[in-house]
Structure formats: C-alpha cells, structure tokens
Design a protein. Structure first.
Lengths: 452, 291
C-alpha cells in the first residue's frame, strides 16, 4: 500500500481511476453492438438446437445406451473447472495477502459466476426431460454423487455471487455519487438500489471486510467440494479410467490450469479493449504466467500419477482403455492435449518473454482449449468400454461422436458464458475501485465525497 | 479342378448327412447277455431307459426322438433291433458322436438290463411288458398339517365297472413349483386302498412355508391329478435380500448413515454461513441509515 496522499492529489487521482475504470460502462460503440450481436446470434442458434432436442428427444444427440454422457457432460466438467479460479484468486490468494492479485480478483469472480451458472444450465440441457428437473430435489437420493453435485453447484454459485456483490457495494455508491453524465440513467438507478444506501462509514467498511472474510473462508471448502464432487461423479463408479482415488485433487489441479488460463485471456481482453494497461500491468501477466506454470506443473504431476501407474500395471479392462488413449482412436486428441496444452506451455512459460501479455494470452488459449479436450477424454472413452460385453446392438451404440445439435448447444454455452461476462463488465467496473484507490493511498473520506 | 473340388465337397457333405456304419469289434459282437430276459429285468431296464435314454430316443414305437444328426433311432426300429445283444451293449457302453458313453455312469448289469428292455420290442422275442389298457380310477387325498402327513384313498373301476379299493399301488406325491410338479416321494396303498405319506421335514415351501401338494396315480390309470389346497407343511423359502443396505448410489432408505449425516452437516454449515453473510448485508444497509 502506498503512502496516504494529500487530499488534492487524492481527488485528482481518484477522478482518473474512476474515469478509467468506468470506461467499460460508458463505452458504447459499433464494436460493442457487433459483439453483442454475435453473442446473441450464436446463443440463439444454440437455443434453437435445444428446442429441437426437447421436441425430438435426446435421440438427436450422439448419446446412446452405452455412451450416455457425451459432449454435454465434458463441457459441464470444463465449466465447473473454470469456475474454480474464483476460489483460487479471489479467496486463497487474498487470504494469503498476495497484493498483486487484488485487481484480478473481480475478473476471476466474473469468470466464476459465468462458468458455474453455465455449468448448472448445461446439466439441465443434458436432461431428456428438463421439465422434471425439480424431481432432482424432490426425489433425489442422498447417496448419489449427482445430488451432492447439484447441491454444491448451487452453493458455489450463491457464494460466488455474494463474493462478487459485497465488494461491489462501495463501488456502486461511488458510481452513484460520482458517476459521469454519460452513464445511462437506468444504470444509475440500478446502482442506487444496489448500493443499499452506502455511506462509507467505518461500521459499513468493517461489515464488508468481515463478510468478505467469512465468504473467503467459506469458499475454501465449498470450492474444493465443487470440483471434488464433480470428480466423484466419475470416481464413485467402478469403470476403468474413472475408478481412481486421485480424481479429486486431479480435477482440482486441472481446474486451476483451465481457470488461470481463462483469467489471463479475459485480463488481456479488458486491457486492450478498455485501455487498462495501467491496471492490468505487465507485472500482473508475469505473475499470472508464473501461477499458471505452477498449477500446470502440479497438474502434470497428477497426470503422471494418473497414467503412469495404471499403464505400468495394465489391468485387463484398464489396459483396453489406456491403449485407446495412448495409441488408439483417442491418441491424437490425448497427445495433443498433453503436449500442446500442458508440456509445451510449461516449457515456454519458464521464459520471461512468454509471460508478456500477448504471448501469455496465446499460450492460455491453447491451454484452455486443451483443458476442454481433456474433459472430453475423461468422459467419453471410458463409457465406450463398458465392463459388460456389448452384444447385438447397432454399431453406432458402441462409439460416440457428437451430433451437430450437441455442438450447437455447446457453442451456446460458450456464448452465454461470454454474454454473462460481457454484461457484468458493461454494468460494473472490472476492478474494485475503492480497494484500488485505497491501495494507491487515497483516504476513505475522499471516496465518500460527493461529486462537485 | 473345380469339378473335382465339388465332388470332394459333395462326398464330404454326404458323409456328414448319412449315418455311417457303426462297427463293433468281432469279439464283442457275440457276447451273450448275462442278464436273463424276464419281467423283473425288463422292468428295471425300462426305469433306466426312462431316466437316461428317453430324452433323446423318445418313446418306443413313436419315433419321437430328438432331431439330431445322425438321429437317435427308435427302440423298436429296425436299425436298433438289427443289433445283436453284444453290439447293443457295446454301443451303449462306448457311445459315439451324439450318443454318450454310459460305461462310467451305468453299471454293467444295468446296461445289460437296458439291452433286455430294448429286446422287449424285437419282433423275434415275446414282449414281456404288456401294456394293459388304462383303468379309470379315483383318488381322494387330504393333508394333515399337524401331523405332516398326506392321507390318500384310491379306487379303480374293475371289469364289472364297479369302483373298488386300489391296493398295493404306488402313488406319487409331488409339490407344485413355478415350472411344474416336483416329485417328492412315493407311497404304496394298503389293502383298503389307503396310504399315508409322511411329508419330509426338509420340504421347502413359499415365503410362508405353504406347499401345494399334488397326488398322482401314474401311468396305467385314467384320473385327474389331485391338487390339494396349499398347506403349511414346508420350510419357509429363504428370501435373499436383493437390495443390500448401504451400497453404492443406493436409495434413501438404504443410505449409509455417516453419508447422510455428513451431507446434511455440510449443507447446513454452508447455507448457515451464507445466511449469516446475507444478514451482514442487511446490517450494511442499516448502518447506512444511522447517523
């Protein structure tokens, strides 16, 4: 934290910070409209696909009796994974008082909210009868990991929203009091309501700090649970490839990889689009790069355990599964995910050059795509080798490949996630202004001052 | 070349289809049957036949054997009767193809008795088993649950069309099961045509131990089987618990207690804390109204 500045200096600086950080809210140009157009259009196409699926049933997907989890579930696991970054950056790093991560925390929280919301929606989209969704709660079995998963996803979503909202309250008040004339009226109205009559007194700041602390601690077990339980959906079965004890930490480690990559990409987008180079500095990218290398190495370690040990033993059923991954039909996907999405990024990111914003972002894109493929490899191949002999069934029951409807709906999920992030960025500052100002040595008194 | 191949194939097929001659070593052919051709031996042979051979060879004279290739010949057929007694014995002893060997399962004496039985249908021998025309009969039966006995009274219609007690006749007792009647025992009637069958302790009934007993006079009589009302004379059937408690992905009734408790504790803990934080938000709002 910098030294407290004089009131004059503080006011000037605060004006600049507010100006910069509300640029995303104010900015409305052709590009924004175009971006919205693209998102809404693709999302609409996906919804159309979903309509067809509801009308004609799950038969329009590539899923059949044996492979009953396909691209949807792989995508679901991917989104749950990405959402876990909120847990890492907005909680763990903050609790450890790692100050460089402060400006990134809201970015991480945006991603967490969007991803976990979509994870929930994807599950509903994977259901043949989504109208029966409530039955999960009414008649759910408590011994079923699916119930745990539904529970933990909703819990995590709630906590993420709170963790996003509570530090936003002072910012909302700031916008309410000092917002420029170029902010649309309805947004100002909304800020006023959501700011809950924030005055900025000590008591309120204390309450915010206290709530944040409680949430950050609460999200530790819940965050760990969300992905551990998701891994138990697989590990709580006896199928080869899923029947392993390290799935929990394996998934968590993989989640950090996916999430950190997503944060880097979003940071870069904000930096370029809203000219926030002074806020998302090269230093942040450097640190994020180091963080990414670290989580990638942890993930690599788990990968080695997950494949090396069973590949050494080659138990009959496990062996069939592993051979399809190593040398069989999934080998291209498997090896490109491992090489381009894990090993090569680790090697590159060890060099300072590749931790600069642009190279790091490009690497992150590869890492993110690879981690999506990784979930696909976890979900589908195992189901293609059931323990029971597969007899007298049509050939297309034995292999899975997604249909265009599934791809449409999956694209919908990406677009919808981006839409949530975009709306959040367009509505609220992407960095916590008051925290940032405090960090720069601006007194709280100044923050509470109304606009001249 | 092609024609040659075709010819070979045809010969091969023909060999498969036609029964090949079954050669019996010369010294075995003319062994004399040590078992005398009398009613007792033929009857014994008949019992053995019903037990071991009928399933393939069918009823004598009816040509209703199993459709195997080559087919098991009817006992009264020329193929069967063309065999000398030594040949029959040899073939039963060693078997061939679809015909199993009985060297290890039926004793020498009994195999000779089977030969006696087969000979009963030879045109050259006097048949000893004369099938009488079946007689009309009536059977009355009841179960005594307390003493665990089945009481039977049987009558048959004699030549003068009068019903008289059926004496010294085996009556078979069975229990009705899902796929037919399971024979459980036999009793002989006494001079008055009465019999008492003691139900074995080990008899297993349904879940409540109820058994439906069937009383049957067997071949040679025209009656309807007597199917008694279900009575509580058996051991209750042990019902395996199909759904085990506390297993993978089980129902709520069968859930592991520790699992339910940890789930509920986690949910309550998390949502309790969330509720607490939401309460803090109210407090933030209230703190703004102060001063």
């Amino acid at each position: 934290m910098e030294k407290t500045k004089s009131p004059e200096e503080s006011r000037k600086l605060l004006d600049k910070i507010t100006f910069d950080l509300t640029r995303s809210i104010v900015k409305r140009d052709e590009l924004t409209r175009f971006w919205y157009f693209i998102l809404v259009m693709f999302a609409a196409v996906g919804l159309w696909g979903w309509f067809i699926q509801i009308r004609d049933g799950l038969g329009v997907t590539g899923m059949r009796d044996y492979v009953s989890w396909g691209m949807y579930i792989a995508n679901f696991v991917f989104f749950v994974a990405v959402s876990l970054i909120g847990f890492l950056i907005s909680s763990s790093l903050q609790l450890l008082k790692i100050s460089w991560s402060k400006p990134i925390s809201r970015v991480a929280e945006q991603i967490a909210i969007a991803a976990v919301a979509l994870a929930g929606i994807i599950i509903v989209m994977d259901m043949g009868r989504p109208d029966r969704f409530l039955n999960v709660f009414l008649h759910g079995r408590f011994a079923s990991p699916i119930i745990w998963d539904v529970t933990v996803v909703t819990t995590y979503l709630t906590i993420s929203v709170l963790l996003y909202y509570i530090p936003l309250i002072p910012d909302l008040a700031l916008l309410r009091d000092r917002g420029g004339d170029d902010i649309p009226k309805w947004k100002m109205q909304l800020y006023k309501i959501l700011a809950l009559g924030w005055k900025g007194n000590d008591k309120q700041y204390k309450l915010v700090a206290h709530s944040m602390r409680v949430l950050m601690i609460l999200i530790l077990p819940v965050g760990l649970s969300i992905h551990t339980v998701t891994s138990w959906l697989f590990a709580a079965t006896l199928r080869s490839g899923w029947d392993t004890t390290i799935f929990g930490p394996y998934f968590v480690a993989g989640a950090f990889v996916a999430g950190a990559a997503a944060v880097v990409i979003l940071m870069f987008a904000y930096r370029v689009r809203y000219r926030l180079g002074e806020y998302f500095e090269d230093l942040h990218f450097d640190y994020m790069g180091k963080l990414l290398v670290f989580v990638c190495l942890v993930y690599l370690y788990f990968n080695i355990n997950e494949f090396w040990v069973p590949a050494y033993k080659m138990k009959t059923a496990e062996g069939i599964h592993l051979r399809t991954l190593f040398t069989g039909s999934y080998a291209p996907m498997f090896w490109s995910a491992q090489m381009l999405g894990l090993i090569l990024p680790i090697l590159l990111m060890l060099f300072r050059f590749f931790r600069k914003p642009l190279p790091l972002t490009i690497i992150s894109v590869f890492v993110l795509i690879a981690s999506w493929l990784k979930r696909y490899i976890i979900v589908v191949p195992t189901l293609e080798h059931p323990f029971l002999p597969v007899q007298n069934v049509p050939d297309y029951f034995k292999h899975y490949s997604p249909t265009s409807i599934e791809i449409m709906i999956t694209i919908f999920s990406f677009m919808a996630a981006l839409l949530i992030i975009t709306v959040l960025a367009k509505m609220f500052p992407v960095i916590t202004i008051w925290e940032y100002a405090e960090e720069k040595g601006i007194d709280k008194e100044i923050l509470a001052e109304p606009k001249k | 070349m092609k024609i040659k191949l075709l010819f070979v194939a045809l010969v091969f097929l023909a060999q498969q289809g036609m029964a090949q001659e079954w050669l019996v070593p010369e010294d075995q052919k003319n062994i004399e049957n040590p078992s005398e051709y009398n009613l007792a031996n033929v009857k014994k042979g008949k019992d053995l036949y019903l037990l071991n051979c009928k399933s393939c060879h069918g009823d004598p004279g009816k040509n209703n054997g199993l459709p195997l290739i080559p087919p098991p010949p009817d006992v009264s057929s020329d193929i069967m009767q063309a065999n000398s007694e030594g040949e029959l014995f040899y073939k039963i002893t060693h078997g061939r193809g679809g015909m199993p060997q009985f060297e290890t399962t039926i004793s020498d004496d009994d195999r000779w008795r089977l030969v006696n039985y087969i000979r009963n249908y030879s045109p050259d021998t006097e048949p000893l088993l004369v099938e009488e025309p079946p007689k009309k009969a009536k059977v009355l039966a009841s179960v005594n649950e307390a003493e665990r006995i089945v009481e039977v009274f049987a009558e048959y219609q004699n030549k003068d069309s009068v019903y008289v007690a059926l004496a010294e006749t085996p009556i078979s007792i069975g229990a009705q099961k899902a796929f037919g009647t399971l024979p459980i025992g036999e009793v002989l009637t006494n001079k008055e045509g009465r019999a008492e069958y003691a139900i074995p302790e080990s008899l297993i009934g349904d879940e409540q131990g109820m058994v439906t007993l069937v009383v049957d006079l067997g071949e040679g009589f025209i009656t309807e089987d007597v199917v008694l009302d279900a009575s509580k004379v058996g051991q209750p059937k042990p019902t395996p618990v199909l759904i085990k408690e506390e297993i993978l992905w089980s129902t709520n009734e069968n859930i592991q207690t520790w699992l339910l408790l940890s789930y509920l504790a986690a949910v309550l803990g998390a949502w309790g804390t969330i509720g607490y934080v939401v309460f803090q938000i109210f407090k933030i709002s209230r703190a703004g109204k102060e001063e």
